[in-house]
Design a protein around this ligand. Structure first.
Ligand code: GCV
Length: 714
């Protein structure tokens, strides 16, 4: 009796009550009452509780609070099923009942799960089971998602396992709280107060990550600070690891290559020096004493001024392998970034990663992944896929996407990035092997790599809504969903997210999903249409600055990328130019090398094209360019109308902020359009197509605008 009373109290405590007015804090984990739930006697009449581990205790809390909230009444929490409609969760080890069922768990690996309608002792029940506790946790979030989106079928038979092993957020967070390229406030990691104060927000972060299958977090910026490897900071990282661990999120750190000099007082950081190797081994052993399940290191080396093995005439493999050797006994891994471009190189920047890494194929240790940005340059609104994908079959290549929108208008522009991620993942690398998409390279399926991964540069900060804008939460969500399964469509993910985050009302879902789906292309149109890239303001990347051509390194200048002149515009990367196209597999290279076969949305990435070149629309390139800029602004106008029509279907707080941000986006889209047209017209000397309005201001006006305090600076 006493026991029962306790469980009732526990259940009541788990009923979901939003702690505050809608400010976006709850992300997609909203458990407000759903009239359609529970759908039938078969579902969720009681929750069979297990707290056999901290992870299963977390599953229990999430299901009790989630289902209680969704049903509008506490769900009874019991130790044994007592009536039809019980919901069980766990593993064959945690539950004799689960062990007694044949669920086919051998198909789901260490992190997957099964959600199945079963009969137990003649009574209908639902089982959420994994081989591990964390598998059950992922299954529980899937179950909640089904309820939240009204997709819970009467008879459940769901089997899911992640396609990539490492699904990681990369935080570009500095120890002083500044987030490089962060537009959502300061870092959520309060290093100063750690390890003594564990902000409850860390748990909510872990819940959000787990709900979409993210299983690792690189806490620190790739522009690394060796201080993060000192005992005081390892203790802080260990405290965070303790909060994240029950949710299956492992902690990783960035390693500053010169740490042996800066922390160890050595004279060198040469990776082949025995003293340096011994220093790293001791440091890594020390890290594991603090964090026994430490995931490993992410390293940016010899890139944008970061130290690295090339400082000692060694190569990237020498550097990565040294760390890998010391991490291997602990099952740790190294993610070595391929984002490199040298100040001294005269080579096309788009070619440099491939040129530096291809010769190292086959030379990396087994526990090294090379982490490659989706495109050859740097997270532009549109890039072709990096030619490294498909070119290094012996090396696990990890995908690096940017969730934070450094080049897509920061947090105030609504740009749903899943179509961008999807475009990269679906790209055919053209290798002779069948089904050689970028996705299958990244999952390791193409080349049978056990180690595989996807990283997303986080857009998370201390703002109440986490991401700086309500719609940017969708990009965090979509990244996780695609890292779990790169074949889920961006449209399906948008729909799920909208339903969970805002509303299941079809009158809301359909237009808002449509608005999201077109939003990235709108940004491409008003910023960098037809394959243009890197036209953003110097340093902060805020706003247009295509005219900049006086910075010390050529590839820091927008003019380097667009190469507009009296004849035309675009970077010739075919065989007559830099021959970057030659880095792709022969089939893809043949298409990209020929302007007639190059997709028009990448035309100016690969070719310098005459202003009068005839496009498929029948327009000249110049007219087409202007038409795209106009279209981009028009799309944002339409997005505003779509959103305004939703008034009353969303809470006032979130509605107002989205409205205000869309107004900013329209203003800035117009600015982008006007400034770019004013500048390019000064070079093309062509009239605007009929019906296209002249820019609001002179070119000099746009050039005079300065933004010394734009957020997120490096
Ligand atoms: C963390 C771009 C960004 C830098 C970033 C770098 C990288 O250059 O502007 O802020 O540095 O990419 O990915 O390492």
């Amino acid at each position: 009796m006493k026991h029962r009373a306790l469980l009732a109290v526990l259940a009541a405590a788990f009923v979901y009550l939003p702690a505050h007015a809608e400010d976006g804090y709850d992300l997609w984990l909203r458990y407000g009452q759903q009239s359609s739930y529970p759908p039938s006697a078969e579902h969720s009449r009681e929750l069979v509780h297990s707290d056999a581990s901290p992870t299963l205790a977390a599953v229990g809390r999430e299901l009790a609070s989630g289902l209680g909230g969704l049903a509008g009444a506490p769900i009874p929490v019991v130790r044994e099923p007592s009536r039809p409609g019980a919901l069980l969760y766990g593993t064959p080890r945690s539950s004799a009942l689960i062990a007694g069922l044949s669920l086919g768990l051998e198909r789901v690996g260490p992190e997957g799960y099964v959600i199945r309608s079963v009969t137990l002792g003649g009574k209908a029940a639902t089982v959420i089971a994994g081989n591990t506790d964390v598998g059950a946790l992922y299954g529980a979030f899937h179950y909640l998602r089904l309820v939240q989106t009204r997709a819970l079928a009467q008879n459940l038979d769901i089997v899911s396992r992640p396609r990539t092993r490492l699904r990681l957020l990369n935080h570009w967070d500095n120890l002083d709280g500044h987030v490089e390229r962060g537009y959502a406030g300061q870092s959520i990691w309060d290093w100063h107060k750690l390890p003594d104060w564990l902000d409850p927000r860390y748990t909510d972060y872990a819940r959000a990550c787990a709900s979409i299958g993210i299983n690792g977090s690189v806490l620190t910026n790739v522009n690394a600070n060796a201080t993060s490897l000192t005992p005081a900071y390892l203790e802080k990282a260990a405290a965070l690891a303790g909060v994240l661990r029950p949710y299956g999120v492992r902690v990783y750190l960035t390693a500053r290559f010169s740490a042996p000099i800066e922390l160890g007082g050595l004279k060198t950081a040469d990776p082949l020096d025995p003293g340096v190797r011994a220093w790293w081994k001791a440091k890594i052993d020390e890290i594991y004493r603090y964090i026994p399940d430490f995931g490993g290191f992410l390293v940016k080396a010899n890139s944008e001024g970061q130290p690295g093995p090339q400082d000692y005439q060694r190569n990237h493999a020498d550097g990565a392998n040294m760390l890998a050797e010391a991490l291997a006994p602990h099952d740790g891994i190294v993610m070595w970034r391929a984002f490199v471009y040298a100040s001294s190189a005269t080579e096309d920047r788009a070619k440099q990663a491939h040129a530096e890494f291809l010769p190292l194929e086959g030379r990396f240790a087994k526990n090294v992944l090379v982490q490659v940005k989706n495109g050859p340059i740097d997270f532009q609104p549109r890039e072709p896929f990096s030619p490294l994908f498909g070119a290094m079959p012996k090396t696990p290549l990890m995908m690096e996407f940017q969730i934070t929108k450094e080049y897509l208008g920061f947090a105030t522009h609504l740009a749903y990035l899943a179509p961008l991620f999807e475009e990269a993942l679906d790209a055919d690398t053209g290798s002779a092997r069948k089904g050689s998409t970028v996705a299958r390279v990244v999952t390791g399926e193409l080349d049978q790599h056990e180690l595989s991964g996807m990283a997303g540069v986080a857009n998370i900060g201390a703002d109440r809504n986490w991401s700086g804008s309500h719609f940017d939460q969708a990009n965090w969500y979509a990244f996780g969903r695609l890292a779990w399964d790169p074949d889920v469509s961006s449209q399906a993910i948008a729909e799920e997210w909208v339903r969970m985050t805002f509303s299941n009302d079809p009158a809301f879902v359909q237009p808002v999903v449509e608005m999201m789906m077109g939003s990235r292309e709108a940004v491409v149109d008003y910023m960098t249409p037809l394959g243009l890239a890197h036209l953003m303001g110097t340093g902060h990347h805020y706003g247009p600055a295509p005219w900049v051509s006086d910075l010390s390194r050529p590839e820091w200048n927008p003019a380097y990328y667009h190469r507009a002149d009296a004849n035309g515009i675009g970077f010739e990367r075919g065989p007559k130019g830099s021959n970057a196209t030659g880095q792709y597999s022969p089939r893809v290279a043949a298409a990209f090398a020929d302007p007639k076969k190059t997709p028009e949305n990448l035309l100016l990435w690969f070719h310098h094209v005459s202003w009068d070149h005839k496009m498929s629309s029948g327009r000249t390139l110049w007219d087409e360019l202007v038409t795209h800029y106009d279209r981009g602004v028009g799309k944002v106008r339409q997005m505003r109308l779509t959103w305004e029509a939703q008034s009353g279907r969303v809470d006032a707080g979130r509605f107002a902020q989205v409205s205000a941000f869309l107004a900013i986006q329209e203003k800035e889209a117009q600015w982008w359009r006007d400034a770019c047209i004013a500048y390019f017209q000064s070079i093309s000397k062509r009239p605007l197509p009929v019906g296209s309005a002249p820019p609001a201001h002179s070119l000099d006006y746009y050039k005079s605008l300065k933004f010394p305090y734009a957020p997120g600076r490096g």
